[in-house]
Design a protein around this ligand. Structure first.
Ligand SMILES: *[C@@H]1O[C@H](CO)[C@@H](O)[C@H](O)[C@H]1NC(C)=O
Ligand SMILES: *[C@@H]1O[C@H](CO)[C@@H](O)[C@H](O)[C@H]1NC(C)=O
Ligand SMILES: *[C@@H]1O[C@H](CO)[C@@H](O)[C@H](O)[C@H]1NC(C)=O
Ligand SMILES: *[C@@H]1O[C@H](CO)[C@@H](O)[C@H](O)[C@H]1NC(C)=O
Ligand SMILES: *[C@@H]1O[C@H](CO)[C@@H](O)[C@H](O)[C@H]1NC(C)=O
Ligand SMILES: *[C@@H]1O[C@H](CO)[C@@H](O)[C@H](O)[C@H]1NC(C)=O
Ligand SMILES: *[C@@H]1O[C@H](CO)[C@@H](O)[C@H](O)[C@H]1NC(C)=O
Ligand SMILES: [Cu+2]
Length: 565
């Protein structure tokens, strides 16, 4: 089905369903765009739909297309007080929020305003149901967007909740090319208002490109700082992000870990909160005082402003067993009950924030609200994760077949569209020819380094996970409503068993979300239902983007120095 056809179908369906108001020019994050019935006292309803709707099968036909224009830019900024070259979206870190309602079609025009890099924007966690070409991964779904060129991404918001977009070109995301995605929909707990999405980043005073040779030869570099919504203090000044609570109200906060190599524990001193969603999956709420958030993961929380009306630290604490930061104790923002206060908070951190463990939230707490069962899954390949030095003495990571090496100018979709795809081992292709089959993969590592594993195009179901353990046939697979999401931790020296349903034709990347590791090859691609893919591809777009890219790349003689994703 083509995109054009989808739009026509949506337009035809408008009359049947009460549509939320169009919000094409909206950049506000106020939760004003509610659907009929969705109020502070009942967030479970959403027009004719609700939190009970099985969103894998049923999505509102809003008939609305929200449209955004984004530019990838290059400028000098000082997010933590220290000036450096920053690559950004529309000049800010984070970039503008992409906001839509559940069921809307989202159309985003991206222009590459850089002079010396290609780009490609990935809409992290977005299902891309039958729209693999909109996934924004150079070497897999498109050629990079050349400097001066533009690319229009169109996809449908079949899920709702919180996420982010980021560049998938080289290490560009970690020079600042990212921003929030908010898809309004129902929720599993009530709240009065929501704050701006909170992006937890790590940060360096050199560019990620400058640090890459150290990462490849010595290992993960010491990072200088961290940012909360693009701000923090540092050796040269800077300022902190601040938000205000009104006493007695409840607030929804959308959290994303956008770091290159930092596992965070997050908390607001003195407060506890309910966790209501993981990635794009609403969960049965549970209460905690802090949470573990791994790179690429999102959590939605609801916090009650029920403490003494003073000032509190919001903290993101790097966990030293897998993260290395020179400002670990001071990655902080401020929550004030009185917006006119300028005092430094004197609140104390929860002790657990310095446990220094790199783990996921307890899987027993992560119970999807809409229950799904994995039926008769077939075991596919074992995916071993290892690291080695290549012939140039550079670190390379691999998962399964090989350390990934794919070419910007030869995206998988190009050879698949031409109908004669033969893949090299280094493209790390796992084919999944059968439709609507549950498959599972055992991801294992003997190395005591945890990895946040991210899959494109699907939520995966976590059938088992264990630190410092070897998978064998005695391990019980949890098939009945296991946690499902798009990023999960492969525990140190342990295993992670994931399943998904082959219901989405395309070439889907699966990779570690530690930026260095992605660049060092810890990635593979699932080519799912290959025979159905050519009919879904717009070859004109594919070719035009590649022609512009090849012209530019040839003219400047650019070299690919990493995995290509
Ligand atoms: C995904 O796309 C397929 C093919 O167009 C369609 O049959 C299915 O209903 C879609 N699923 C969702 C959740 O929109
Ligand atoms: C991004 O910047 C461009 C160019 O200034 C502008 O046209 C566009 O509206 C901006 N997008 C957003 C979402 O602010
Ligand atoms: C950004 O600008 C700086 C300074 O002009 C330049 O050296 C660098 O190559 C530019 N980066 C990109 C990606 O365009
Ligand atoms: C991107 O631009 C930066 C300069 O901003 C440069 O260091 C880097 O090599 C470029 N990378 C690629 C892959 O084009
Ligand atoms: C760590 O931060 C301190 C304080 O800003 C600074 O003096 C020191 O040089 C930094 N260390 C490294 C290795 O960057
Ligand atoms: C596929 O075949 C076409 C036509 O023969 C050829 O131009 C193209 O290079 C081939 N592509 C691949 C990936 O082999
Ligand atoms: C393919 O995309 C181009 C824009 O790049 C558009 O003009 C054209 O209509 C699309 N073709 C089809 C068949 O959808
Ligand atoms: Cu990794």
């Amino acid at each position: 089905m083509t995109i054009l056809h989808t739009l026509v179908c949506l337009a035809a369906a408008v009359a049947a369903i009460p549509a939320p108001a169009p919000q094409a020019d909206s950049t506000s994050t106020a939760a004003a765009a509610a659907c009929t019935g969705n109020t502070a006292s009942d967030r479970s309803v959403w027009c004719d739909y609700s939190i009970d709707t099985d969103y894998y099968a049923d999505v509102p036909d809003t008939g609305v297309t929200v449209e955004y224009w984004l530019e990838v830019t290059n400028q000098t900024l000082a997010p933590d007080g220290t000036e450096r070259i920053v690559l950004a979206v529309n000049g800010t870190v984070p970039g503008p929020t992409i906001e839509a309602n559940w069921g809307d079609t989202v159309k985003i025009h991206v222009t590459n305003k850089l002079t010396n890099n290609g780009t490609g924007i990935h809409w992290h966690g977005i299902r891309q149901n039958y729209t693999n070409q909109e996934d924004g991964v150079p070497s897999i779904t498109q050629c990079p967007i050349a400097p001066g060129d533009s690319y229009t991404y169109t996809w449908r918001a079949t899920q709702y909740g919180s996420s982010w977009y980021h560049s998938h070109y080289s290490l560009q995301a970690w020079n600042g090319v990212f921003g929030p995605i908010v898809i309004h929909g129902p929720a599993t707990a009530n709240y009065d208002e929501e704050l701006e999405p909170i992006m937890l980043s790590d940060w360096t005073h050199q560019t990620a490109d400058e640090l890459y040779s150290y990462a490849q030869t010595v290992g993960p570099p010491l990072l200088d700082n961290g940012l909360i919504n693009g701000k923090n203090t540092g050796p040269d000044g800077g300022s902190r992000y601040e938000a205000t609570f009104e006493s007695g109200k409840t607030y929804r906060i959308r959290l994303t870990n956008t770091a290159i190599d930092t596992h965070y524990k997050f908390a607001i001193d003195g407060h506890s909160f309910q966790v209501i969603a993981m990635d794009f999956v609403p969960i049965v709420p549970y209460t905690t005082t802090y949470l573990d958030i791994n790179m690429g993961q999102r959590y939605d929380i609801v916090v009650a402003a029920d403490q003494d009306t003073t000032d509190y630290w919001m903290r993101a604490v790097p966990q030293s067993s897998c993260s290395n930061n020179n400002n670990s104790a001071d990655i902080r923002a401020i929550i004030r009950y009185d917006s006119t206060s300028t005092s430094e908070p004197t609140s104390m951190a929860y002790d657990a924030l310095s446990d220094n463990t790199c783990i996921d939230e307890a899987l027993t707490n992560l119970v999807p609200y809409v229950s799904q069962t994995v039926v008769n899954p077939i075991e596919d390949s074992d995916l071993g994760v290892t690291v080695f030095f290549n012939s140039d003495n550079l670190f390379k990571w691999k998962i399964g077949l090989d350390s990934m090496l794919v070419e910007w100018a030869e995206p998988s979709l190009m050879s698949i569209a031409e109908g004669n795809a033969t893949f090299e081992e280094q493209q790390c292709v796992y084919t999944l020819p059968d439709a609507d089959q549950w498959v599972y993969f055992v991801i294992e590592t003997a190395i005591p380094v945890p990895h946040p594993i991210h899959l494109h195009g699907h939520d995966f179901f976590i059938l088992a996970a264990e630190e410092s353990a070897t998978f064998d046939s005695s391990v019980t697979l949890n098939l009945v409503n296991p946690p499902r999401r798009d990023v999960a931790n492969l525990p140190a020296a342990g295993y992670l068993v994931i399943a998904f349903l082959t219901d989405n034709p395309g070439a889907w990347l699966m990779h570690c979300h530690i930026g260095w590791h992605t660049s060092e090859g810890l990635a593979l691609q699932f080519v799912e239902r290959e025979s159905e893919i050519p009919a879904l591809i717009n070859q004109t777009t594919l070719q035009d983007t590649c022609t512009a890219w090849n012209d530019w790349a040839d003219s400047v003689g650019i070299e690919e120095e990493d995995s290509g994703v």
